[in-house]
Design a protein around this ligand. Structure first.
Ligand code: CUA
Length: 335
């Protein structure tokens, strides 16, 4: 009992298959508990039988009797139990298969795994889409279909509290559907070794009430007001060429840029790195790595290579602390 206590402590939390917040995860957790209980019962039965034979009933049996025990206990019993378990697991499987979007809101989410972050696009039924990164939001009680792709290595998309994992394979589109049943903030994690920062390839997954989700999506479909706030950070972001890899909605509208920014400069429309249109409102930066505040943003810009080894983002150690703070403040303002 004492030995299992630390293990039981991990039965709850934001990233536990045993603390399900979704329909698929509930099925998986149930299968786990059925198998665990079954395994325990069989183990207890075999131990009891051994004790009985060795301690209380010490008499030899005939060869025929021994053969019967082996036949019933060693062949019939395991075949029956394993067949029953297989049938039960197969019966569960249709629920784990992808469903058509017609059963949900019709919102489809495309996720592309890259070393070591997640590109996320919400496709809405009206044909518009909302681009985000490193965070997934989904409505509670409505089935959401994911299409999963990879830009480089094999990654694996996994939100343990909501459902099973699905690989992201270059050149393929895999489908997965999830139905969140409990509002909450969960944690997703890349589940296939994809390079040196594989363990740092995570994301918060937030299950919201459907009305809140719609409102959130609506707000995200427009540029953040913070884009146009007069800011030294905006100018530095543009000057340093951050927009070559990162997109920020609103920067392409050259005419609306505040005075002092050279018009005709390339807008922030890069796709090599995460979309930053509303980065200030995300829970984390660096794909689940650091809590999102100005200090962490500044630190990540200056030392991305040491905070996240192998990341494609070049470090900017040449920026002064004031410059870093200015860029971080502007990014944090992209709510
Ligand atoms: Cu991506 Cu591991």
């Amino acid at each position: 009992m004492a030995a299992t206590a630390p293990a039981l402590a991990s039965c709850s939390g934001v990233q536990s298959t045993l603390d399900p917040g979704g329909a698929e995860a509930t099925q998986i957790a149930t299968l786990f508990w059925v198998m665990t209980a079954g395994g325990f019962l069989i183990w207890a039965f075999v131990v009891a039988l051994s004790l009985y034979a060795s301690q209380w009933k010490r008499k030899s049996i005939s060869e025929r009797g021994a053969g019967r025990i082996i036949f019933w206990g060693g062949v019939v019993f395991p075949v029956t139990v394993l067949t029953a378990l297989l049938a039960y697991a197969l019966w569960l499987m249709p629920w784990l298969r992808p469903f058509g979007a017609e059963e949900g809101t019709g919102v489809r989410v495309e996720v592309v795994g890259s070393q070591f972050w997640w590109h996320v696009v919400y496709r809405r039924p009206d044909g518009t889409s909302v681009v985000s990164a490193n965070e997934i939001r989904l409505p509670v009680g409505e089935r959401v279909e994911f299409s999963l792709e990879s830009a480089d290595m094999i990654h694996s998309f996994w939100i343990p509290s909501l459902g099973g994992k699905m690989d992201m394979i270059p050149g393929r589109t895999n489908r997965l559907s999830l139905l969140a049943t409990r509002p909450g903030t969960y944690r997703g994690q890349c589940a296939e070794f994809c390079g040196i920062s594989h363990a740092y390839m995570a994301f918060p997954a937030i299950a919201m009430e459907p009305a809140d989700f719609e409102a959130w999506l609506e707000q995200r479909s427009r540029p953040s007001a913070g884009v146009w706030a007069p800011s030294a950070g905006h100018d530095l972001f543009m000057r340093e060429g951050c927009g070559t890899c990162h997109s920020v909605d609103g920067t392409e509208a050259g005419g609306t840029q505040p005075a002092g920014i050279a018009l005709g400069r390339t807008p922030a429309a890069g796709i090599a790195g995460p979309d930053l249109s509303h980065v200030g409102s995300r829970l984390t930066i660096g794909a689940g790595l650091l809590a999102n505040d100005e200090e962490a943003l500044a630190r990540f810009i200056a030392h991305s290579a040491s905070i996240k080894p192998g990341s494609q983002m070049p470090a900017y150690p040449g920026l002064s602390p004031d410059e870093l703070r200015a860029i971080a403040a502007w990014l944090k303002g992209l709510q």
